[in-house]
Design a protein around this ligand. Structure first.
Ligand code: NOJ
Length: 448
């Protein structure tokens, strides 16, 4: 049997985010964020009227959860800080109980030999900031940096891996141009303005981290979606390039090279015209390099040339979407994404910060626990990582998404991604079969 071996010191982990696992949205002085507000005011936008309570009950179960992580042998755990839990209004007042909670999480992880990987922002904007325009309002930059400073001052002595933002394509398009998240707008200009301000939040936060002289690394988590042309010989190749640049490239080029991606701006007039004035010069001025890329990978894109669309491309349905699964399955895309980043940006340090399988909740617990399909998903993707490392990529870690079954943005509790089955009513956790598979991978550093 062929065995794939990971290098020594490889960080095997699992991932999560605050609003998706914590629950207890109003406990101990936490302020309201856009999710808490939206589930109250727009329940119809959420599958089965899902709520941010209970999520995975992490706020009340974290002590036993960290014990379980230790038993599985995890080397790292990725989680995010809830902005409104530590700064209920988004700026100004700090909530000591919120700080205390994350201090305890971090201390327990470290005591269990698990490296904390902390996201500063994973989609849960305090509602008070959303009310004044969210990421479209340039004031967000100052508030974001103020919040990041509180994080660094409170946890920076122990946390060595930081990310500024998670999947900014999603949190800048879903609210402002796709109309799917609060405030449900459909304006490309707004989305590009929000994206620009987000890049400035990122640069200023990296700069602050350097100025504070903390001894760790800081990066950003980007969903790297490789886009393939439907017809690999014609104009679809251009369309694929534009679609990539509009998505992942919109972050990768500024964050690695200090400029927006060039082809889409040169060739797509409508897109260029929707950008904020002076945006390109400002990115060049504010650029600060980061230490690593956190890469989320789930599925690729397929594109066809379309003159009438703002980025001259249309998404093509892929053949890889399977019934009952959240995303298309295409492990080769992970290999391609890692290799692309490695070649294009000079072999940066990479962590695969997300990759995982969401299966529709069939309602049958016994069946859900026997998740052989998740085991083959893991095997296929882990093999791709070893292959890309052998090909020269500097991949340092892998975080399976997600540690627990948890709350998904608008699809609520419909899909289960976790190594643990969570009974959302009682909070009870049960290991799935894949839990043991991953434990073995970690303890041997081998994938078959
Ligand atoms: C990426 C996001 O970062 C995460 O919040 C989400 O749960 C997963 N994708 C799965 O949809």
């Amino acid at each position: 049997m062929i065995k794939f071996r990971f290098p020594d010191g490889f960080l095997f982990g699992t991932g999560s985010s605050a609003f998706q696992i914590e629950g207890s949205p109003y406990a101990d002085g936490k302020g309201e964020n856009t999710w808490d507000y939206s589930v109250r005011n727009y329940p119809e936008k959420f599958y089965n009227n899902a709520k941010t309570e209970p999520a995975s009950h992490f706020y009340t179960h974290y002590k036993e959860d960290i014990e379980e992580m230790r038993r599985q042998g995890l080397k790292s755990f990725r989680f995010s800080i809830s902005w409104a839990r530590i700064m209920p209004e988004g700026h100004g007042r700090v909530n000591p109980l919120g700080i205390g909670f994350y201090n305890d999480v971090i201390d327990r992880l470290i005591a269990a030999g698990i490296e904390p990987f902390v996201d500063i922002f994973h989609w849960d904007l305090p509602q008070a900031l959303a009310e004044i325009g969210g990421f479209k309002n340039p004031d967000i930059i100052e508030y974001f940096v103020e919040y990041a400073r509180v994080c660094f001052e409170s946890f920076g002595d122990r946390v060595k891996l930081w990310s500024t933002v998670n999947e900014p394509t999603v949190f800048c398009t879903a609210p402002y141009v796709d109309g799917r998240w609060y405030p449900f707008e459909t304006d490309i200009r707004g989305a590009l303005l929000a994206s620009h301000n987000t890049l400035l939040c990122h640069f200023r936060t990296v700069k602050l981290y350097r100025e504070m002289g903390l001894k760790g690394k800081i990066g950003a988590v980007i969903d790297v979606v490789p886009v393939y042309p439907k017809d690999p010989t014609g104009k679809d190749v251009l369309a694929a390039q534009y679609q990539f640049e509009r998505g992942s490239g919109w972050w990768l080029y500024p964050m690695f090279r200090g400029h927006y991606p060039e082809n889409i701006i040169r060739d797509c007039d409508g897109f260029r015209a929707a950008m904020p004035d002076g945006a390109e010069e400002e990115i060049a001025r504010e650029f600060v390099p980061m230490d690593f890329l956190g890469m989320n990978y789930y599925y690729p894109g397929f594109a066809e040339y379309d003159e009438s669309s703002i980025d001259k491309s249309t998404r093509v349905e892929s053949y890889y979407v399977q019934e009952g699964q959240y995303f298309a399955l295409y492990p080769v895309g992970l290999y391609d994404a890692v290799n692309f980043v490695t070649r294009e940006f000079g072999r940066p340090e990479i962590y695969i910060t997300e990759n995982g399988l969401g299966l529709v909740d069939s309602g049958n617990k016994e069946e859900i626990l026997e998740d052989d399909v998740r085991i083959s998903y893991l095997r296929e993707h882990l093999r791709m990582i070893v292959r890309s490392i052998e090909g020269g990529a500097d991949v340092r870690g892998y975080y399976y998404w997600s540690n627990f079954d948890s709350l998904e943005a608008t699809s609520g509790y419909r899909f289960r991604f976790g190594f643990y089955y969570v009974d959302f009513e009682t909070g009870e956790r049960t290991r799935k079969k894949s839990w043991e598979y991953y434990r073995r991978v970690i303890s041997t550093s081998l994938v078959d």
